[in-house]
Design a protein around this ligand. Structure first.
Ligand code: ZN
Length: 279
């Protein structure tokens, strides 16, 4: 990725920029404040629209610091010239009572046919260089899965590849999930995203509980049996035929857990007692 050395400061965060100038200078060679002296002519009009600010950043390889991501997301959704909008938290402005967001617009055309529902998804180098049929499939499926994890919508998640297992998740150096392109299922993606949610706290962290919470989250994740829960053989063989019952047992299990111990055994017992539909 090219090193960006220019940044544009949006109207709404000028106060923040003045008190954080050093932070900006550490990172950028040129700092252009909208409507202020020393900025390029196009940015000198105080009434410049968000659309024109975004276009300026796109055409001149500038990052953008703003507090208002919505207008840029709307613009991104309606504008065909770019493929990726990366929004990350840059700071929190106490006086202004708002988060300071860093927006990076990329018009690289190497990812095609992808609708980035989640603007924080970061593609790791190994995935970036993977065959495009793998890459597109993984990114599309992860984006689709992320719609069911609104708790992660503000987090930057790096997406990588693994060949040693179905998938794994880590958080030590930022949230990251790695997926196996040969054994890719929504279930695995959901399971790894559930681990990321666990790192935020409040959720049990065993593998069994990860499976239950994943299966309870959405029917999307019922495309294969889980690896850790005990599932009767026959139910494994007719997994998709019984997806609705399985999904609701797992939702019930999460309710049950609020007042009981041993909800995992409770869930496995329910699976054992289920009248299995074979078609
Ligand atoms: Zn796991």
């Amino acid at each position: 990725m090219t090193h960006l050395t220019n940044v544009v400061i949006d109207h709404d965060v000028i106060g923040w920029a003045h008190s954080n100038m050093q932070k900006l200078k550490d990172r950028y060679n040129n700092i252009y404040i909208v409507g202020k002296d020393n900025s390029p002519e196009e940015l000198m009009n105080n009434n410049i629209s968000d659309l024109n600010i975004a276009k300026y950043c796109l055409n001149n390889n500038c990052d953008l610091v703003t507090a208002d991501k919505k207008s840029y997301v709307d613009w991104f959704n309606s504008y065909n010239g770019i493929t990726k909008l990366v929004i990350s938290k840059f700071d929190y402005w106490n006086e202004g009572h708002r988060p300071i967001l860093l927006i990076q617009i990329e018009n690289t055309n190497h990812i095609e046919n992808i609708t980035p529902y989640n603007f924080n998804l970061k593609i790791s180098k190994p995935l970036e260089t993977a065959p495009s049929r793998f890459k597109n499939k993984i990114i599309t499926m992860v984006n689709e899965s992320l719609l069911h994890f609104p708790e992660l919508s503000d987090d930057r998640i790096t997406l990588g590849i693994t060949h040693v297992n179905d998938g794994n998740a880590s958080w030590e150096e930022g949230y990251k999930i790695r997926l196996n392109p040969r054994r890719l299922t929504y279930f695995t993606i959901g399971h790894e995203l559930m681990h990321l949610l666990q790192f935020k706290g409040d959720l049990p962290m065993t593998e069994n509980s990860t499976d239950i919470f994943t299966l309870a989250r959405s029917m999307l994740f019922l495309d294969e049996p889980p690896c850790y829960l005990k599932i009767p053989r026959k139910l494994q063989n007719y997994w998709e035929e019984n997806a609705e019952s399985i999904h609701s047992i797992c939702k019930d299990a999460i309710e049950y857990r609020k007042t009981h111990r041993n909800y995992i055994k409770w869930t496995e017992d329910k699976f054992g007692q289920l009248t299995i539909k074979t078609r």
